[in-house]
Design a protein around this ligand. Structure first.
Ligand SMILES: [Fe+2]
Ligand SMILES: [Fe+2]
Length: 259
């Protein structure tokens, strides 16, 4: 099975880049399942039901989110109604939505996707490590193919999660920083890992935001309303090849397309 994992999709430029790249990659690389992080699709902040449906229509089977999951209030109900839209599993009990889902490829193979969020320089929520062990054990009763989206700021926290789950899950892929890291690897016990997949959105920007606005905020330390940048875009993803029966990763390819 081949799973394409797309990094944080930022605003309209990100959605356009997905629309362009996904059909091509699915055909050329025989992709079975596409997943992507949609926490920034709605003008950089959050996701709406309409935009989630748009991403599903573009071929995404599962949408993960993160700290921006709750930015659009119209999505709150939708999180509870749409099982393929995830929020981090380590939010406290009672928060709307789900942190994991099991989907099936066209070939009938099952894939579990689990979303976690780190706590270093992030909202303080339940322990992602303890949640991971509990959730992975539960998901593995349904399928051994498990991909974890670890949404976190600190590279160390993401690496720790990769090694903590090494041999237990198929892949741990990082999101949130919007900058792709060049450290894709198969860890010693067989789990594929990358610290951050990177952003899919406007290239000439500060992590997707109009650069002038971000610079002004750094210069003045005053609140600034951020807007998504325009211009050429970058598409960032990884392609995970795996043995779905054993849940083992075979390869991880890093993808970065400029257009
Ligand atoms: Fe993001
Ligand atoms: Fe984030």
């Amino acid at each position: 099975m081949k799973v394409l994992c797309i990094g944080d999709i930022m605003g309209e430029p990100g959605r356009r880049a997905v629309a362009r790249a996904v059909p091509r990659l699915v055909a050329q690389r025989q992709v079975d399942v596409v997943i992507g992080n949609g926490e920034n699709v709605a003008g950089g902040f959050g996701i709406t039901p309409e935009l989630a449906e748009e991403l599903f229509d573009m071929g995404l089977a599962v949408i993960t989110t993160g700290n921006h999951a709750w930015d659009k209030k119209e999505a709150l109900d939708y999180f509870s109604r749409q099982p393929r839209l995830l929020r981090p599993a380590n939010y406290p009990a009672g928060v709307p939505g789900n942190g994991s889902v099991v989907v099936e490829s066209a070939g009938g193979e099952r894939l579990a996707v689990l979303q976690l969020m780190g706590r270093a320089y992030m909202p303080t929520i339940d322990c992602p490590f303890q949640t991971a062990k509990r959730e992975v054990a539960r998901l593995k009763r349904e399928t051994l193919a498990v991909i974890v989206d670890m949404h976190a700021e600190a590279t160390s926290e993401k690496m720790a999660m990769g090694h903590y789950l090494d041999g237990d899950v198929t892949a741990v892929v990082g999101t949130h920083t919007h900058v792709q890291t060049a450290d894709e690897q198969i860890l010693p016990k067989g789990t594929a890992y990358i610290t951050d997949i990177g952003m899919t959105g406007p290239l000439h920007s500060v992590i997707g935001v109009k650069k002038e606005l971000a610079i002004e905020k750094f210069l003045t330390a005053m609140p600034r309303r951020f807007e998504v940048a325009s211009g050429p875009s970058v598409f960032c993803a990884v392609l995970v090849e795996l043995d779905a029966r054993l849940g083992k990763a075979i390869a991880m390819d890093r993808i970065r397309i400029l257009d």
